[in-house]
Design a protein around this ligand. Structure first.
Ligand code: HSE
Length: 287
């Protein structure tokens, strides 16, 4: 039996739209076993227990890349990563399925090659790269369409809180609300803030990270999709926190520089949003 563990991820890190992401300590587990039937999938809703399941699609892709026949397989999914909440659940499925195929055929695969395959399936590399490398990663496709990944050190002072609403947002839908073009002025704003962010997360200065995490590229266009965003933003601004939309939402990620502030903010938000999950999380550094 093959067992694969893949971490959840929080993409964009505010200003790194489609190129930055962070692995966190929530996990999806996938097992792959010989099966007498051609396909059995357990551990997910019935409507996903068929050949359109993303884990299975990625498994097939892995077999094809290896030029191997697709074996009869039983896939079991056990996941802590909520679906369509901006925590990279589809990236866990893609990475899990691909890794499963490569392990099935005892074929080692480099992290770079795995990221390349996974990013092609996902359409953007900012979830799959940290899911594979761990930590905070920057990832993009270069001019030869090769994925390039850089992992950044993160100062241990930063504490994270995942604020997970009780509703889903589809990434596809959240991409349709984005404008088609960006002015030079906005591009310059975004590049400078993203550079500042990669510097600030390595350091300890709250004010620098807060200044850096002011996205102009997607959050202004998406925040209306998250009912409660403005209230949470007001609370975090008043209580010494930094807030960004995790991936395309609905999760909001809060950053503080000490656990006491994190606890106070968590309590305040949980009091106002009783049905939401508000949970402290940490970075997964291994992928
Ligand atoms: N970068 C992607 C987006 C992440 O914001 O649409 C989706 O999880």
């Amino acid at each position: 039996m093959i067992k694969i563990k893949v971490p959840a991820t929080s993409a964009n890190l505010s200003v790194g739209f489609d190129c930055m992401g962070m692995a966190v300590n929530q996990y999806a587990y996938f097992t792959f076993q010989n099966n007498s039937k051609w396909l059995t999938i357990n551990g997910c809703p019935k409507k996903f227990q068929n050949e359109n399941n993303l884990v299975y699609k990625a498994f097939i892709k892995g077999c094809r890349v290896l030029k191997q026949p697709v074996p009869n397989v039983k896939i079991t999914i056990q996941t802590e990563v909520p679906v369509s909440r901006g925590l990279g659940s589809s990236a866990t499925c893609i990475v899990g399925g691909l890794k499963g195929a490569f392990e099935w055929f005892h074929h080692p695969i480099s992290k770079q090659k795995l990221t390349q395959l996974a990013a092609t399936m996902e359409g953007h590399p900012d979830n799959v790269a940290p899911a594979i490398y761990g930590g905070v990663c920057m990832a993009f496709n270069n001019q030869n369409d090769q994925v390039h990944v850089v992992k950044y050190p993160v100062n241990s002072i930063w504490k994270f809180l995942a604020i997970v609403p009780d509703f889903k947002i589809s990434t596809q839908e959240a991409r349709t609300v984005l404008p088609e073009q960006l002015s030079y002025q906005d591009a310059t704003f975004q590049i400078s803030h993203c550079l500042l962010m990669t510097h600030a997360i390595q350091g300890k200065r709250f004010s620098t990270l807060k200044e850096a995490m002011q996205d102009q590229m997607h959050e202004p266009f998406r925040k209306h999709l998250i009912k409660g965003y403005d209230q949470v933003k007001t609370i975090t601004d008043q209580m010494h926190g930094i807030l960004y939309i995790s991936g395309s939402g609905s999760t909001l990620m809060l950053i503080t520089n000490n656990v006491n502030d994190r606890q106070k903010i968590a309590k305040t938000i949980q009091n106002q949003f009783k049905k939401w999950q508000v949970k402290p999380i940490s970075i997964d550094s291994n992928g």
